[in-house]
Design a binder for this molecule. Structure first.
Ligand code: BDR
Ligand code: CA
Length: 320
């Protein structure tokens, strides 16, 4: 039976968990990955772009266009995290790189070329700089966007600072611009925060299932994810949360999530809490909701489909 596909434009900063987001977007049967834009974030733009191309090349999908995006945030230059190793992707040298990013074409034109007149979903798994610029400079694209789903933010805690999550902290002004634009144009915006992604940890039994796929590519995935785990262990996590594919999965299976419309704004002013997402969970401000806040996901089903995507990627793999 033909499944109805969801067209996805992925904006990411690859990144170990971003790599998993790409694999899910490539190999989930409901997904049509139209293209990828890269952003500075987990590492510099150059590395994020090469890492993206490495993943696509290694699973035989050099047909997916890659746009090299923003080098730094809208207002200030932010540091990269060391959580993702020096290159931004563990064991990156074991992958292959068989093509180059697009040249001489603006992001808007590339998206239009890929989408034609079709509707599509934007999934953001890094700083929101590219998409803020796209919406600012080309508001005519907005009617074609079905929804924007982003991984980022947290309610009352953080991983970049005690109060700020990494993606939002990396470009708070861009994130607030995306919130304002979506509100203004009544475009659905979905926030997949740390609150939710911390429930999607790669526990031992899941690692065994990846191991059982037993191929060059699945072995690479496991090695990369286990190095990611080691970095999380230093932060007192037993297992690593695999944040970014949880946002892609929402675009494909919203029925497996519980969300709530909430007022959320980004603190772009304060010294201590710069980049914090203020999530009005109890509606104490009495303000209109600005987005759909992801509260729960069917974790088991997320992992079943994520691991199936790894299995399909392994089947397609060009690694020898
Ligand atoms: C987010 O920050 C990045 O380091 C990860 O790739 C993820 O997108 C988690 O806070
Ligand atoms: Ca990311």
């Amino acid at each position: 039976m033909e499944v109805e596909k969801v067209n996805i434009w992925l904006d990411c900063d690859v990144g170990n968990d971003d790599a998993m987001a790409i694999i899910l977007a490539l190999f989930h049967p409901k997904s049509n990955l139209m293209g990828i834009s890269t952003c500075f974030g987990n590492t510099c733009l150059e590395n994020c772009t090469i890492n993206t191309i490495r993943i696509l090349s290694s699973v035989g999908r050099s047909d997916v266009p890659v746009f090299k995006g923003a080098e730094c945030s809208l207002k200030s230059v932010r540091a990269t995290t060391k959580m993702h190793g020096n290159q931004g992707l563990y064991a990156a040298d074991k992958l292959i790189q068989s093509f180059e990013p697009m040249q001489n074409i603006p992001l808007y034109d590339l998206i239009k070329k890929s989408a034609g007149e079709q509707k599509f979903v934007i999934v953001i798994t890094g700083p929101q700089t590219n998409i803020a610029i796209l919406l600012r400079d080309h508001p005519e694209i907005i009617p074609q966007i079905q929804e924007i789903v982003f991984m980022g933010g947290a309610s009352g805690f953080g991983n970049a600072t005690p109060n700020s999550e990494y993606n939002i902290y990396s470009d708070p002004e861009a994130a607030q611009f995306v919130i304002d634009t979506c509100k203004q144009h009544q475009l659905k915006l979905v926030m997949i925060a740390l609150d939710l992604t911390y429930t999607c940890q790669l526990v031992e039994s899941l690692q065994q299932r990846i191991k059982a796929i037993n191929s060059k590519f699945s072995d690479w995935c496991l090695e990369m994810l286990q190095e990611f785990q080691a970095a999380y262990k230093a932060q007192e996590f037993d297992y690593p949360p695999i944040h970014d594919p949880v946002a892609v999965f929402y675009a494909l299976h919203p029925e497996l999530y519980i969300t709530k419309p909430l007022f959320v704004a980004v603190d772009c002013e304060s010294k201590l809490c710069y980049g914090r997402t203020v999530v009005d969970k109890q509606g104490v401000l009495g303000l209109e909701p600005t987005l759909e806040f992801g509260r729960k996901v069917l974790v088991e089903e997320f992992w079943n489909q994520m691991i199936e995507a790894i299995r399909l990627a392994a089947k397609n793999s060009k690694l020898e």
